[in-house]
Design a protein around this ligand. Sequence first.
Ligand code: ADP
Ligand code: MG
Ligand code: MG
Length: 210
Amino acid sequence: MTLDVAWAVSWVRASAATVVEHRDELVELDRQIGDGDHGENLKRGFTAVTAKLDALDAPPATIGEVLRLVATTLMSTVGGAAGPLYGTAYLRAAKATDVATLDAAGVVALLEAGLDGIVARGKATTGEKTMVDAWSPAADAAAKAAAEGADPRGVLVAAAQAAAQGAASTIPLVATKGRASYLGERSAGHLDPGARSSELLLAAAVQVAP
Ligand code: ADP
Ligand code: MG
Ligand code: MG
């Protein structure tokens, strides 16, 4: 079993749906330790992505083409920290997936490239209360699952579970990157909005995997 371009398109549409559904939650999380715009930023970005998908003349030929559309759209519409961070994640992921189908190793490559993009852009490491705390364990769990023989869907399931745990792990952390770091110790006791949105995006990938 492999994941194809139709899966990638479905993933993007499911991402838009979950971001819209969780818009208020993400705003509230960001209100607690940031400036309260994360849910609206992502809703605006993914709504624009969906509109661009709808307007395509022909279906994309590769998974990378789909992810590149996400990258360029998020970069031009999201703003703030999350726009360039997610934009770079999708851009790197696109470069790693210029193929029509992904096997388990291909899914790992997508996730590792996404993480690399976030780290290259934001220079955060794990434990700094950012989206890296969701992506890093997700990429690790994906690689482990693939090494143990999981199929692409199994790799995504492992990644999504690890991302959920990783997001929850941000609650007690003190932020040392991004806007939440301005709060210092007062950032502890809150779930990081970007880690939560990353968890939602990876859950969407599982939801639409055959
Ligand atoms: P802004 O803080 O500019 O308003 P958003 O609210 O859209 O942007 O996104 C905030 C999220 O971005 C944070 O919850 C965090 O997960 C993520 N973030 C911020 N800075 C960094 C960084 N340097 N590296 C990784 N992620 C970061
Ligand atoms: Mg914000
Ligand atoms: Mg902002």
